[in-house]
Ligand binder design. Sequence first.
Ligand code: SF4
Ligand code: SF4
Length: 348
Amino acid sequence: MTGTSNGKSSAVTDVHIVWITAGLGCDGDSVSITAAEQPSIEDVLLGAIPGLPKVHLHNPVLAYENGDEFMKFYYQAEKGELDPFVLVVEGSIPNEKIKKEGYWAAVGTNPDTGQPITTCEWIDRLSPKALAVVAIGTCATYGGIHAMEGNPTGCMGLADYLGWNWRSKAGLPIVNVPGCPVQPDNFMETVLYLLYQVAGMAPMIPLDKQLRPTWLFGKTVHEGCDRGSYYEQGEFAEEYGSSKCLVKLGCWGPVVDCNVTKRGWMRGIGGCPNVGGICIGCTMPGFPDKFMPFMDEPPGAKLSTKTIAVYGHMIRSLRSITNATVNKEPKWRHPRTELTTGYRPNTY
Ligand code: SF4
Ligand code: SF4
């Protein structure tokens, strides 16, 4: 049993994370999480967080093992020898049913047939054995860029493939952590939550209808954006490089569920609209088709910005008067020989 700082023991001593990067993807999410700090991968793997089970990560981008030596983890998971394990899927899931010859995506070779084992087959083999299944990044969660209109693979997200009501053997729904790529700490926090849940120290992970952790995706980009006050005052950037609200340049922040404006990218630094880049809605199930062309003003923004421009001008003028007032010290602060603060002593 793994001990904890308060003397409690974890329900599980060892947990494996079996990670498939062989979806239609770019491994950007695997790379992204190496920037996480709350917690970092190292914190989790080296057991820096008391009470958690020992974690063994099997991710082909980050693994020491390679080739068959790495593939053995997938076979062990399939045989129940890595129990319990969390299955992480990265990249869109292609539709192999429409592929007459060959395959869209695969990893490893079937020794019986000498043929590649498709990503879909690995998902079919491993998902029933997993304690929890996590889709990382927008491709694995909702299809993403690879599932764009006109793509030849007919690819989709994991919940489209397994079913939105799918449950793991432990009764957990698929956990979606979207983002293109995923925000580093968003993913590691979700893993941390699941580890606490596995350890019997947290209730069922709270997810919204799109299977996203609610504490991460419960607010819009706009609700966390540093430039929200410019929007409210009707001050809109006309060109890149401006510090004002970017909505007229194509920012979709008001209707996108994402915490990057609030959280920053790494160590609170970076982000998207908060630091000058339009939000293209990369966390959303409708991404990218419903947001293109990215650099046009979102159609819904036209009405709201026109309305706010009128109100914003008036509010800005009133605020500038008050601002001038509060920029002056009160008149009783002076070096003269009289006290003018209004002080009225009862006794001396
Ligand atoms: S830049 Fe985008 S997210 Fe920020 S205030 Fe403007 S519309 Fe909202
Ligand atoms: S702010 Fe917009 S573009 Fe940036 S990560 Fe979030 S959803 Fe993607």
